[in-house]
Write a protein of this length. Structure first.
Length: 266
């Protein structure tokens, strides 16, 4: 490489290129697009919009809360914009200008999002949070998808995608429900069995129980049968796991069922 008025330089090695090389390629791509210097499928902008409608109780009365979050990572302006809206009158907005980090992050997402295509879930369950994804590519193509934020519905690549973004942005302020793995990692798929690892107050050991209740979550207190006499005992779910029949951690016929979730007052 030779810059006018400066000695020529030779750079070699993995990911070895001069400063501002990306900007140089982008400029050349605008001048000579037919050269194909940049992949037409390169991710230029990623926009996530999360919304959740739920009830909240205050002083004995129920209120509907319309909560939403949005996260936009944009290559051209080298910015991340994050917004949390608790109500029309209460909004938190954060904006970060991080050129190097954003370029590196979107480059890393290119492979993960290579096969991501537009889709629209049918008959959305309004009781579940919903995610809208928009991927803006270099050639102008926009891939959009809408799906319940639930293990059964999220794209297969979703956990890896969220982990890549979470790690890249870990030095920033804490984000909200978008990165909550308890939302998109919970949910039984067809052909799977639900196993919960339950811990009792007087023991550090965990015990497997089965359930057909797909709404149970870590932290829920439950009533379970214990021992040969099946006496009733209260425990707390530590983990919820899903297995096809051939991979269950304990035989189906020998694993007892959770009887029910306990109310807060119990």
């Amino acid at each position: 490489m030779e810059e006018e008025g400066r000695p020529a330089r030779r750079i070699s090695g993995d990911n070895a290129y001069p400063e501002e090389w990306t900007e140089f390629l982008e400029l050349l791509d605008e001048v000579v697009p037919e050269a194909g210097l940049i992949s037409p499928q390169r991710v230029e902008k990623l926009a996530l919009y999360f919304q959740h409608r739920f009830q909240e109780y205050r002083r004995g009365r129920a209120y509907w809360v319309e909560y939403s979050e949005s996260l936009v990572v944009e290559r051209k302006i080298r910015k991340i914009r994050y917004l949390r809206q608790f109500s029309p009158e209460a909004t938190i907005t954060q904006e970060y200008h991080l050129p190097g980090l954003i370029t590196k992050l979107l480059d890393a997402l290119d492979e993960l999002l290579e096969d991501f295509s537009s889709s629209q879930a049918q008959g959305l369950d309004t009781a579940l949070p919903v995610m809208e994804v928009s991927i803006f590519r270099h050639d102008g193509q926009i891939d959009q998808a809408v799906f319940p934020y639930h293990r059964r519905e999220v794209p297969e690549v979703w956990p890896a995608l969220m982990e890549e973004i979470r790690v890249a942005l870990s030095g920033l302020r804490r984000f909200g429900d978008i990165f909550d793995a308890d939302l998109f990692n919970l949910g039984v798929k067809p052909g799977e069995h639900i196993y919960c690892r339950v811990r009792f107050e007087d023991s550090a050991k965990e015990y497997y129980y089965r359930t057909l209740d797909d709404t149970l979550q870590p932290g829920d207190r439950v009533l379970v049968p214990v021992g040969p006499s099946d006496y009733l005992c209260q425990g707390t779910i530590q983990y919820v796991e899903y297995y096809p029949e051939e991979e269950v951690p304990y035989p189906l016929e020998k694993t007892k069922f959770i009887l029910r979730r306990l109310d807060k007052e119990e």
